[in-house]
Design a protein around this ligand. Structure first.
Ligand SMILES: [Mn+2]
Length: 324
């Protein structure tokens, strides 16, 4: 059975109570905030992580996934200092293992993370969503660090995985690679490799390990295929889906907008059936949601009230597919 989770900040908030009221028992967390109690400890050290986990538990949530990364740009680019960054990741993984936090969601986007050209595009009934149009960025100058090829990104990823995966195996923590968003390459001179079903298979085959897997972010994967349920089965049969982002879009990798969960291009019911068919028993969270009336668009994609609708929609699909 899937476990429906929410992305929650590390301190109690109205959103925590809304999520709890909507029936959420699982939290996806970031890294602990800087806190005077941390002393010399970094966010990936044991005590800050332990206190964060305990905080979620006192709010009624089990911490199932950490979806934040220590600095990794040197590792992604293969620059001096990458071994120190990789050591930090190994510390995080070990401490997650000690605390029984089973999944780390990471990504291999260098220089910049998910990219949109509009964060307030009108959607249903005056709600707003994010959107992307490659035509608006195709003439953007390269990033400060300059172009980097896809071959270099693969080489650096291989170097990273060969050091981190043995630690992840030892501590029983799973690495769940998130797709590049948008799944398009290059952007601003920067190659983006996690952008196709074939490339995700290449990731799995690059360094075979029970800890090497993926985050099935539907909003990106549905732009890589015309048959998302089959892609879910393809990776699910291999036991490689460790985490799911449940959201939808309309369009192509070059030009798309995010949508309400009931209004995108993907057959969401068929996706839920595919998760059941592969026996997926991990965590699934609504990813980006529309910003709706009465809510702030300050953190586009993460509106509180928009999430309530998404949770209800997902709960309905879950009960339709798995029964009550
Ligand atoms: Mn995602």
């Amino acid at each position: 059975m899937i476990k429906i989770a929410e992305f929650l900040g590390p301190t109690p908030s109205p959103l925590w109570r809304l999520a709890k009221q909507a029936g959420i028992d699982w939290a996806v967390g970031g890294l602990p905030f800087n806190d005077p109690h941390n002393g010399a400890d970094a966010p990936w050290d044991y005590e800050p992580l332990r206190r964060m986990k305990q905080g979620y538990e006192s709010g009624g949530f089990q911490l199932a996934v950490i979806e934040a990364r220590p600095p990794l740009n040197r590792a992604k680019r293969g620059l001096p200092g990458r071994d120190e960054e990789i050591a930090t990741v190994c510390t995080l993984i070990e401490n997650m293992g000690r605390l029984g936090i089973p999944v780390w969601c990471y990504e291999w986007m260098t220089d910049f993370n998910w990219l949109r050209t509009d964060t307030a595009r009108p959607s249903r009934g005056g709600s707003v969503v994010t959107s992307f149009d490659y035509a608006l960025v195709k003439n953007s100058p390269p990033t400060e660090l300059g172009p980097i090829s896809e071959d270099d990104l693969w080489r650096n990823l291989d170097y990273f995985l060969r050091r981190v995966l043995p630690v992840a195996e030892q501590w029983n923590v799973k690495l769940a690679m998130h797709p590049d968003d948008p799944p398009l390459s290059p952007i601003r001179g920067v190659g983006r490799i996690m952008r196709s079903v074939e490339n995700f298979q290449r990731l799995l085959d690059l360094v075979p390990s029970p800890a090497n897997g993926l985050t099935l972010c539907q909003g990106n994967f549905t732009l890589m295929t015309s048959d998302l349920p089959e892609v879910i089965r393809h990776f699910g049969r291999q036991g490689k889906i460790f985490f799911v982002h449940f959201r939808d879009v309309r369009g192509t990798p070059e030009k798309f907008e995010e949508t309400w969960h009931d209004a995108g291009q993907t057959d969401m019911l068929a996706c839920m059936q595919a998760y059941r068919d592969i026996g997926f028993d991990g965590v699934l969270r609504p990813d980006h949601v529309p910003t709706v009336e009465g809510d702030s668009n300050e953190n586009a994609g993460y509106s509180s009230f928009g999430r309530l609708y998404a949770i209800g929609y997902i709960r309905g699909l879950q009960q339709a597919v798995y029964g009550r």
